[in-house]
Design a binder for this molecule. Sequence first.
Ligand code: C5P
Length: 205
Amino acid sequence: MIIAIDGPAASGKGTLARRLASHFSLRHLDTGLTYRAAAAAILKQGVSLEDEAAATDVASKVDFAALDRAALSLHEIGEAASKIAVMPSVRRVLVEGQRRFAKTSPGAVLDGRDIGTIVCPDADVKLYVTASPQVRARRRTDELNSSGITADRDAIHADLVRRDERDSTRSDSPLRPADDAHLLDTSKMDIETAVRKAVGIVDSL
Ligand code: C5P
């Protein structure tokens, strides 16, 4: 079984994906971390974020078994990730690895921006998770504050809107719901309600 979950930054799709994977005993891949890992390596090596050939080389060496969420959560890394994510050859090498992950037994939950449209168009279930930009900015700010990082909600809001814009308007694999995706707006839901609804959608198929 493959469950594809897409949506904008801080929509709650990551938490939902982890919870669904655990509920249905599937493996989980946060594909955003694969873009973040490539971006972090590029920043570390001092390679230009405009150099597609160098970025592709770095992306081809990302180790999917060693993605460290905490280390990759920095704001600058997310910003750099969305810049290299517009490059078709970077996407090609990361998508290859993501498809390999999805096809490995017993199946997987993948979350990202293009899972239902490009990475796993034949997924058994597709969810598109959204929430208003205000709610997403509040959640991300609370998340950062609770991990000891001082965060300004207005700055986070501006950043999310900018990143959504870049992710939705790029020509290769833009963020959009697949035609057969189930839409889940979590603006007025807590995580337990969102998980219950998502499990209900999967069980009903
Ligand atoms: O989900 P997360 O915020 O960690 O993703 C970081 C960036 O990676 C996104 O803003 C997006 O540009 C890119 N990304 C993507 N396709 C995916 C997952 C993430 O383009 N499937």
